[in-house]
Design a protein around this ligand. Structure first.
Ligand code: RP5
Length: 181
């Protein structure tokens, strides 16, 4: 429900505010209906203690807001934008056209075409305006990619990513050991 989504939005904004530092990553999405998908990106940034902000910006329903958000992002200190949208998913590409920051696009799974429409709308950018596109619905990978980008200039964050990877590896190896005969 929309009320449920808005409650989730304020919970996630609470998470975003907890860090109190100026946000380095902006998570935006076309609709509150994208939240159940996009929250995974917020959870990853929370895990790595990367300060972020999260809001709704729609390329089609709030074009002026999209323009202002994208144009101000770099000056406000954001270093990367994660943008999720579904269907005719123009938000990531339009934002990438308006900011020099790296934009990571998350194709949200749509009901009519299972997110294939979102994927192609986001990934098929013209030369000159790149959007780093993750798999359909995989907002966690968008968060992880943002952490890796910030890790280029942050040794501690890079070490935290290496730890995360080692933990993932240990989890899989433990499952394998349980499964094997
Ligand atoms: C897109 O249209 C949004 O990103 C969302 O994925 C999709 C449907 O939006 P709602 O009609 O649920 O608001 O703009």
């Amino acid at each position: 429900s929309s009320a449920g989504a808005l409650a989730m939005l304020s919970t996630l904004q609470g998470l975003a505010d907890q860090t109190q530092a100026a946000p380095l990553v902006g998570i935006i999405m076309g609709s509150d209906s994208d939240l159940p998908t996009m929250r995974a990106a917020a959870e990853i940034l929370e895990h790595f203690k990367v300060p972020f902000e999260l809001t709704i910006v729609s390329a089609h329903r709030t074009p002026k807001r999209m323009f202002e958000y994208a144009q101000a992002a770099s000056g406000r200190g954001l270093q990367c934008i994660i943008a999720g949208a579904g269907g005719a998913a123009h938000l990531p590409g339009m934002v990438a056209a308006l900011t020099p920051l790296p934009v990571i696009g998350v194709p949200v799974k749509s009901s009519a075409l299972s997110g294939n429409d979102s994927l192609l709308s986001i990934v098929q950018m013209p030369r000159g305006v790149p959007v780093a596109t993750v798999a359909i619905g995989n907002a966690a990978n968008a968060g992880l990619l943002a952490v890796r980008m910030l890790g280029m200039a942050d040794r501690k964050l890079r070490a935290a990513m290496a730890t995360f990877m080692a933990e993932e590896e240990a989890t899989v190896l433990a499952k394998a050991a349980k499964l094997e005969k």
